[in-house]
Write a protein that binds this ligand. Structure first.
Ligand code: 13P
Ligand code: SF4
Length: 350
């Protein structure tokens, strides 16, 4: 399962990783959380990895933080905490274990390291990037400041530590409107997601929002025409979209929210048919808990999130690879921006 033969051989020598229907049966309680979407022969392949990872987690005093876009074998098999970007950041700051294994993309691991710098934070594949994080640098933020003097910069957490450090405050998809509304300025710069900025502009009309020209390669592919076509073809489907989608797509949806917002909405509403206009694993991860909901329609895969696999997590814990490091001065600046976000978010929720 690893695309690195020497590492694969080392894991095979150290751990019993052969597919095992017997172990799969022993671990049937874990399987029950994903039985609707993972076939029994696949579970027989995953179970030895899950068992080996669980043993190593204890040996290393490690916890696994997993984003809602992880595949069900990771999400239900080995995660200690699951959530959207905000929930994972808040959880990371409070982790007491020695090691955090971040099952998500690189900016999420960096955020965990920034918020809990004394811990070892491992990312199972450091090439798990993000099209948004790659679209802007700290120099780009300075360019925006020069163009709009005095305007505060709100950056999405989907950015590097350097970009966070160059910003006034961060936001996530679950609190972007709250953070922008809390800025003491009529003009607010948002970076790097132009669609999130345009969607927030509708929610906070009292602000003039200007944005960086970045987009998520997963969500920008959806069109309002696709959604209308889908509704005509399959009437009665509840359409639920992530705010990284273009504004006309959000306009066609029945609800828009962060990945956890989407999960909570479906759990609360239990529609007969639901189309999640986001990454494919979202529907898979909640299918077993919500058997009455029929998840229909197309989804798009995030190629970065999908770089994280059980085999890479096992290698990560075995070899303590790859530790995420952030320059302390950059980390201080980034922490200020992330902590300010968490503070505003908490105040708004109180
Ligand atoms: P959430 O904060 O909603 O989990 O979004 C993260 C992300 O990368 C969505 O594409
Ligand atoms: Fe980045 Fe989009 Fe993938 Fe989320 S889904 S990690 S925003 S590329």
């Amino acid at each position: 399962m690893l695309d690195h033969p020497a590492r694969s051989a080392e894991l095979d020598e150290r751990y019993d990783l052969a597919p095992s229907p017997e172990l799969a049966e022993e671990m049937k309680d874990v399987y029950a959380r994903m039985a609707r979407v993972v076939a029994p022969p696949d579970w027989a392949i995953h179970a030895p990895y899950v068992a080996a990872i669980e043993r190593l987690k204890k040996e290393r005093n490690a916890v696994v933080l997993a984003h809602n876009y992880m595949t069900p074998d990771i999400y239900h098999g080995i995660a200690d905490v699951v959530g959207d970007s905000l929930q994972l950041a808040v959880a990371a700051a409070e982790i007491e274990a020695d090691v955090i294994v971040q099952c998500g993309v690189h900016f999420m691991a960096e955020t965990s390291k920034i918020l809990n710098p004394s811990k070892t934070v491992l990312i199972p594949d450091s090439s798990a990037g993000c099209s948004l994080a790659e679209s802007v640098t700290a120099a780009g933020i300075e360019e925006m400041r020069a163009r709009y003097p005095g305007a505060p910069v709100v950056t999405y957490v989907n950015t590097t530590a350097e970009v966070k450090a160059a910003s006034d405050v961060c936001c996530t998809s679950s609190n972007a409107a709250q953070i922008v509304a809390a800025m003491d300025s009529e003009t607010v710069i948002m970076a790097p997601d132009k669609y999130l900025a345009q969607n927030v502009a509708k929610q906070v009309p009292q602000k003039r929002i200007v944005w960086w020209d970045g987009a998520c390669i997963v969500h920008e592919q959806y069109t309002a025409d696709d959604l209308r076509g889908f509704r005509d073809w399959n009437p009665g489907t509840r359409i639920i979209a992530h705010p990284e989608c273009p504004p006309d797509v959000i306009g066609e949806a029945d609800y828009s929210g962060s990945t956890s917002g989407i999960i909570d909405y479906v759990d609360r509403e239990r529609p007969e048919k639901a189309m999640l206009v986001t990454e494919c694993s979202m529907a898979s991860n909640i299918a077993d808990a919500l058997p009455e909901v029929d998840f229909v329609g197309p989804c798009n895969m995030c190629p970065y999130m999908k770089k994280i696999t059980l085999a890479k997590v096992l290698w990560s814990l075995h070899a303590m690879a790859e530790p995420v490091e952030v320059d302390p001065a950059v980390a201080d600046g980034a922490r200020r921006a992330v902590e300010r976000m968490i503070e505003i978010s908490r105040r708004a929720a109180a």
